[in-house]
Design a protein around this ligand. Structure first.
Ligand SMILES: Cc1cc2nc3c(=O)[nH]c(=O)nc-3n(C[C@H](O)[C@H](O)[C@H](O)COP(=O)(O)OP(=O)(O)OC[C@H]3O[C@@H](n4cnc5c(N)ncnc54)[C@H](O)[C@@H]3O)c2cc1C
Length: 394
């Protein structure tokens, strides 16, 4: 052991062999590792950098569906049962993640706040938010309509015409959450090795070989939890997971206290949360900046978008004083139906993928990890899991 880093012990040594190798230590990889270990499967996670420092660290932390589409549109596209299946999957995922963090006593470390996911309306989106709310209520989800005054009371913002609160959802600190899951997986018997990059997977007569910059690891199965970089491991993923750049900022704020849960407008185009110590996390990429966001693979700061985000915040919360402490950008892996790819790669049942969360991995990843682990263990499939099958794109 090299000692404790970021709250979990990380061994430096690569094993010669592991039944399952999980490549990538974001929320997707650590969720998968956790469930593999809990199923008694010999599993090793290989992360080229540090666990929880990829897109997961760039996320604001809103832990609520939707992925990108309002519920009534999902119902229109997939039928009401299909839409209910997707949202039930996410709600189960959030509940499962919350339970593990509570069992670990890690609520504070992971910033777990399940006091509600807020979807707020502005005048241009009021009608759509209302439709979405009505469809969610009819489908039996625990939503409550908020008038403009109630929104103002809850978040202090100007310009919101209403919104709804989804019970059971909320917010987390994403990077620490992934590290907590890695630690829980280690405690259940899994290995985590950081600073080892996987170059490719090859095959020989004895099975799969994970070729890394520090040597080989033999495996019976490999899981690619490598987010947009999954594209390098399969042509299908290259076609289906499109990189889009998003911007985020953190700020100390005065005059804005006690925001509970997570907040979103524009179906999570803009998201924010306030941590218990008062720090505000705000993110989004703006509708008028597709040309500067789409197919961008490098997480570079976009000064104009950073300015827009800050300006939006200052005009929405004019009483609050904002001191920006950090700015960043990160890459989303987008799919054409907003759902991730979770399952075996077509034609390679021993190579699995969990990627392409389309800007909303936090509320889905934990249950997606369970879905993969159940498949690896040959156990009963997770309800709704078929929705994410990569085969849907071929
Ligand atoms: C600005 C911004 C705000 C966001 N806000 C939210 C939000 O509020 N709520 C929400 O749900 N989602 C949000 N997201 C989306 C969220 O970040 C992603 O959906 C989620 O983090 C994806 O997790 P992941 O594990 O798939 O990817 P990652 O966290 O990127 O993990 C992939 C890991 O794989 C590793 N890796 C890649 N290639 C290799 C290799 N060859 N060998 C070894 N390791 C490798 C990487 O280093 C990385 O650590 C936001 C994204 C951005 C950019």
């Amino acid at each position: 052991m090299s000692g404790f880093r970021d709250g979990f012990p990380a061994p430096d040594e690569l094993p010669d062999r592991s039944d399952v190798v999980v490549v990538g230590g974001g929320i997707a990889g650590t969720s998968t590792l956790y469930h593999l270990a809990r199923n008694g499967i010999d599993a090793t996670l290989l992360e080229r950098g540090r666990v929880g420092r990829g897109a997961t660290e760039a996320a604001v932390g809103v832990l609520a569906p939707p992925l990108r589409q309002p519920f009534h549109e999902t119902s229109h596209d997939r039928g009401s049962d299909g839409a209910r299946e997707i949202w039930s999957f996410a709600m189960r995922s959030i509940e499962g993640l919350g339970t593990v963090l509570r069992e670990m006593g890690a609520e504070t470390e992971a910033g777990l706040d399940l006091r509600g996911g807020h979807v707020l309306a502005e005048s241009h989106s009021q009608h759509a938010v209302e439709l979405s709310f009505q469809a969610l209520e009819a489908a039996g989800f625990p939503v409550h309509w908020l008038t403009a005054d109630q929104v103002r009371e809850r978040c202090g913002g100007r310009g919101f015409t209403g919104g709804y609160l989804l019970e059971g959802a909320g917010a987390i600190s994403p990077g620490p959450t992934a590290r907590c899951l890695a630690r829980a997986a280690q405690e259940a018997g899994a290995r985590v090795v950081e600073e080892v990059a996987v170059r490719e997977a090859t095959r020989d007569g004895a099975g799969l070989v994970c070729e890394t910059d520090r040597g080989q690891v033999r495996a019976s199965m490999i899981v690619y939890a490598t987010h947009v970089d999954s594209r390098r491991f399969s042509a299908l993923l290259g076609d289906e997971i499109v990189p889009i750049r998003g911007q985020g900022l953190a700020a100390r704020v005065q005059g804005l206290e006690g925001q509970e849960g997570g907040f979103a407008t524009h179906w999570k185009l803009n998201v924010w949360r306030q941590s218990p110590d008062g720090e505000l996390y705000l993110g989004g990429w703006r509708h008028d900046a597709w040309d500067r966001s789409y197919w961008r693979t490098r997480p570079e700061l976009d000064d104009r978008l950073q300015g827009d985000l800050e300006e939006w915040f200052r005009s929405t919360f004019p009483e609050a004083r904002l001191e920006v402490t950090r700015r960043w950008s990160g890459i989303f892996g987008w799919t054409s139906d907003y759902l991730p790819l979770v399952g075996p790669l077509p034609g390679a049942p021993d190579e699995l993928v969990i990627s392409g969360f389309s800007g909303g991995g936090l509320p889905f990843a934990f249950e997606c990890g369970r879905l993969l682990a159940q498949a690896v263990a040959g156990r009963e499939p997770v309800p709704g899991g078929g929705l994410f099958n990569p085969r849907r794109f071929i």
